[in-house]
Design a binder for this molecule. Structure first.
Ligand code: Z5A
Length: 213
């Protein structure tokens, strides 16, 4: 059986990951593919419980390494229980965030060492990496304004400073520049219909160039 592919949507706050994930799912299903949609932090009962802890403002001041380890504890369960079995069964997996977010937030944002994150990535994922990452890039002000317009209380990470989010954005863009064969960068500051049209066109091109089997 042909293994499924693993596609991840990444980006800062309010970039539109959730809004675009559904469009991507419909596009893949229209090709007759079986698609599983998931998210991080979360994706399993344990992962959702850890998400609650990670985002709860009551844990303000959480030790940086504790945050990193909780992200990878969540991911270990997600990979073993959901992502790997689905891919091996031929299902395509699309995830709202994955390990690029750890490099961007815990690495770029918090300043933890890339080598430490890479070590945990190897431990938890061994050879599993996304086949393709769609990076929804927006200026920080645009994303924060969208997020705040929802009028919901900020979670522990959303509470961070603007320079923190600038470092997160810079890290995502650096990751994309370092691996252009695995990343597509989309200008997510455009109106949603334009972002979706651009995403569809670029994913179609990627299909034609790389996934001809
Ligand atoms: N995190 C981490 O630190 N390390 C890790 O390893 C991982 C995660 C995996 C929760 O993630 C936090 O976890 C996150 C990173 C950290 N920290 N923060 N802050 P999350 O993905 O659950 O939370 P989020 O990034 O804050 O999601 P979000 O704000 O819901 O953003 P989104 O999914 O990208 O956006 P959306 O919900 O699709 O859209 C937001 C609003 O903008 C909504 O009203 C839309 O209608 C609107 N929107 C979307 N696109 C457009 C366009 N193009 N034009 C106009 N309006 C738009």
């Amino acid at each position: 059986m042909q293994r499924g592919r693993f596609i991840v949507l990444e980006g800062g706050e309010g970039a539109g990951k959730s809004s675009n994930l559904q469009c991507l799912q419909q596009m893949l299903e229209a090709r007759g593919l079986r698609v599983l949609r998931t998210r991080e932090p979360g994706g399993t009962p344990l992962g959702e419980a850890l998400r609650f802890i990670l985002l709860d403002p009551v844990y303000e001041g959480m030790e940086l390494k504790a945050e990193l380890l909780l992200m990878f504890a969540m991911r270990a369960q997600h990979v073993a229980q959901v992502i790997r079995p689905a891919l091996e069964a031929g299902t395509w997996v699309i995830s709202d965030r994955f390990t690029s977010s750890s490099y961007a937030y815990q690495g770029g944002g918090r300043g933890l060492e890339t080598e430490t994150i890479a070590w945990l990535e190897n431990l938890v994922q061994s050879d599993l990496r996304p086949d393709l990452t769609l990076l929804l890039d927006t200026p920080v002000d645009v994303g924060l304004a969208r997020m705040r317009s929802r009028g919901e209380p900020e979670d522990r990470i959303e509470h961070e400073s603007r320079p923190f989010f600038e470092r997160v954005r810079a890290s995502f863009l650096e990751q994309a520049a370092a691996a252009p064969e695995r990343f597509i960068v989309l200008d997510a500051a455009q109106p949603l219909a334009e972002v979706q049209a651009s995403m569809q066109a670029q994913v179609e091109r990627y299909f034609a160039a790389c996934w001809t089997d």
